[in-house]
Design a protein around this ligand. Sequence first.
Ligand SMILES: [Fe+2]
Length: 200
Amino acid sequence: MTAPDFARLGAGNIVAFIADIFQRRGADSYLGEPVTMSQHMLQAALLAENARAGDALVAAALLHDIGHYTSEFPPDAQDQGIDNRHNEAGAAVLAPYFPKSVTDCVRHHVPAKRYLCATDPDYFARLSDASVLTLKLQGGPMDAAEVAAFRRLPNLDDIVRVRVWDDEAKVAGRTTSPFEHYQPLLQRLVDAHRQDRAVV
Ligand SMILES: [Fe+2]
């Protein structure tokens, strides 16, 4: 089999491109957690599927941490996200191919932790040690004005659901489906998004 040509990313090869990242970089450790990056993202997708979430939410759960790999994307894509944190960077590299229902959940999954710490007394107690540590770096719990602004996001419920799956997707040894299982779902979203953009 010849290696895929990713010189030009588009709707026809973005899913294969992401699959290639999972394959080459998936074994990277997920800092301070007992799972690898790919195990973490595949577990998040499995939790979304088990909750009977729609395609966009399953994709968001699967791809929420893709921003850790923006250096894999071509330079023009990196420019859009390189100065941002991994959530903003991930949303930026996905935005040309996936709908806002996916990229909003990716973009807000870090602030969602700060939101839940401020609004759900039980939430903080459920965070892993590594996640408590990064909370500090991420700005700590939101203040009242930040909470009010976050509540105005139109897809707040979906954003919070992805965040909770993110937190739960850290179980050593949990069996998941391989990335390939999600490729048709991802391609459906990419194709629908391309058509929507063409119509506009
Ligand atoms: Fe994550």
